[in-house]
Write a protein that binds this ligand. Structure first.
Ligand code: PDD
Length: 291
């Protein structure tokens, strides 16, 4: 069955969805995006994702092409059109539109290009959850607007490939000796039973999963400290976790070939993973989209 996508106001098969080569997304990577997990047909924290999308659009000065309600309609229609997938990963992508190649913004009247599609949500296999994953570290060579979910991801692509080449799951980045995040995930540490999280600033994407983890920690009596995390503290952590909408929560058991803690997923990870799965099954899957 051909996958249905949304492109500039029209629902059509993926194979027929094309954009002109002068699209500024193609030419300059000039655009922003979102990835929203869908559980049992329910988009999780759609409002929060749409709000982050709005913030990304504003930050790069692209006029919001759709109102919140219109995004919601597109999202729900796509979820329905791809209903054979119970769990989906909804992808929204907006570029500054099609215009002659010139770095300056195009003249007024050039409409943003809007693509939305739904992909299968592939959460980590149980073996990865049970065993944890390895990571390497690297200098964060990205720009200093990493809070914007920009489609220009060349630095992330190169850093992620370093992980793949090293046979590990993620590259953890440090900037000026401080933890920022993974190439497509946020990173948490645990020391002496306290969950440590880097602060939301221009050097990391404010993850929706990051928020969920902090909320679950707060409501379950897990001590949390939010603040800059030095490379030394990360390397001395008892546990490291990575979080994202598609990876959920995963334990990192080695960093640059050195074991994290005792080299196995730790007790706080086990607690958080169970809380997250419980939350997913009792809240995320039941959620009724409003509007
Ligand atoms: N990435 N940091 C970066 C750089 C990311 O790309 C992502 C998500 C996150 C986690 O954000 P959230 O919890 O809202 O998914 C952090 C998505 C999944 C992606 O690009 O595919």
């Amino acid at each position: 069955m051909s996958q249905t996508v949304y492109l500039n106001g029209t629902f059509l098969p993926l194979s027929q969805a094309t954009v002109p080569v002068l699209d500024r997304g193609f030419i300059f990577g000039d655009g922003v995006y979102e990835v929203i997990p869908v559980y049992s047909g329910q988009p999780f924290r759609l409002d929060e994702h749409l709000q982050r999308l709005q913030q990304s659009l504003q930050a790069v000065r692209i006029q919001a092409p759709l109102m919140r309600e219109q995004w919601r309609e597109v999202a729900l229609a796509l979820i329905k059109a791809n209903a054979e997938l119970t769990d989906q990963s909804l992808y929204l992508h907006i570029t500054r539109g099609v215009a002659p190649r010139d770095q300056a913004f195009p003249p007024a009247g050039v409409s943003p290009t809007i693509l939305a599609m739904s992909l299968p949500l592939e959460t980590p296999a149980q073996a990865l959850v049970d065993q944890g994953v390895a990571a390497i570290s690297a200098l964060d060579i990205r720009w200093d607007r990493c809070h914007i979910k920009a489609i220009s991801l060349l630095a992330n692509v190169l850093l992620k490939q370093e992980a793949v080449d090293a046979g590990v799951a993620e590259t953890i980045m440090f900037r000026d000796g401080m933890l920022t995040e993974g190439t497509s995930s946020n990173i948490f540490a645990v020391k002496n039973g306290v969950l440590l999280a880097p602060p939301k600033d221009r050097h990391m994407l404010p993850g929706i999963t990051y928020d969920v983890v902090l909320e679950l920690a707060a409501s379950n009596g897990i001590k949390v400290e939010i603040g800059p995390l030095s490379e030394g503290r990360v390397r001395a952590a008892d546990e490291l976790w990575m979080t994202s909408s598609t990876k959920e929560v995963l334990a990192i058991i080695s960093l640059d070939s050195q074991p994290v803690g005792n080299g196995r997923p730790g007790p706080l990870f086990a607690q958080m993973y169970a809380l997250y799965q419980d939350f997913k099954n009792t809240v995320m899957r039941q959620q009724v989209p409003h509007g």
